[in-house]
Design a protein around this ligand. Structure first.
Ligand code: XBP
Ligand code: MG
Length: 235
């Protein structure tokens, strides 16, 4: 049995990339008078780089901006994008993935501890978790601000283990992407992947299980959380 389950945020707890981060980035570009607009497909390619600021840096470099300008633009654009994303969160524009609330309830009722490991910034992660899942649902939250290196580096997962005071063998990670899976595996955790439209088809080698959505994860009676769904209303 798992003593704790650690959730990724973007693409896992919430559908936040296509109609969340992407739109906020585009609004920041427009507000800065820059001609860039990321369409759905191009943003999917850019997701290979974890972290919004790192993503902006690589993109601005690829567009030929000089290095000193890249650092300044990336910082300003990312701050503006974060502000816009917070507005979207406050307005309810970001939603939980279908079935994830039910899984969290199953786990909480079964006495499993809950944590978050994300590369996102605390400035938007904290209000989002509070609004969508409740302020006390995840007692341990490690963000991209709390670690020296973002996923696929294992730093966020290792910090979660330290804060939980648990060995990796007792903790299950839930991720949506190959980048997140690699971070969890490198920290020694087992990892379930719940894929989404952006990540389907990525290399999920090493995952304990791969599901197309949370409904299938919860209803898999022989899966990694078997026995934990005893309280589930639809199980
Ligand atoms: C998510 C991301 C990003 C966000 C992070 O990765 O890297 O899409 O831009 O938010 P993961 P910031 O799901 O693996 O955590 O813009 O605040 O960095
Ligand atoms: Mg993710």
């Amino acid at each position: 049995d798992w003593a704790a389950v650690v959730f990724d945020v973007d693409g896992t707890l919430v559908d936040s990339e296509r109609d969340g981060h992407r739109l906020a980035f585009n609004a920041a570009f427009a507000s800065a008078g820059l001609p860039y607009r990321w369409d759905v497909a191009e943003y999917g390619d850019l997701l290979g780089v974890a972290g919004g600021r790192e993503r902006l840096t690589g993109y601005l470099e690829s567009k030929g901006h000089p290095p000193e300008q890249v650092a300044q633009f990336a910082a300003a654009l990312h701050a503006d994008k974060t502000r816009r994303l917070r507005w979207m969160v406050a307005q309810g524009a970001i939603s939980p993935r279908p079935g994830v609330r039910e899984l969290i309830l199953d786990l909480a009722l079964a006495g499993v501890r809950l944590a978050v490991a994300t590369t996102g910034s605390r400035e938007w992660v904290a209000p989002l978790l509070g609004k969508l899942f409740g302020a006390t649902t995840f007692p341990v939250v490690v963000t991209g601000d709390d670690v020296p290196a973002k996923k696929p580096d294992p730093a966020a997962y290792l910090k979660v283990l330290t804060e939980l005071g648990l060995p990796a063998a007792d903790v299950l990670a839930v991720e949506d992407s190959a980048v997140g899976l690699r971070a969890a595996l490198a920290a020694g955790l087992d990892c379930v992947v719940v894929a989404n439209d952006y990540t389907r088809g990525q290399d999920f080698t090493g995952a304990l299980a791969v599901y197309p959505g949370f409904a299938r994860f919860r209803s898999d009676r022989s899966g990694p959380v078997r026995g934990l769904s005893v309280f589930a209303r639809s199980a």
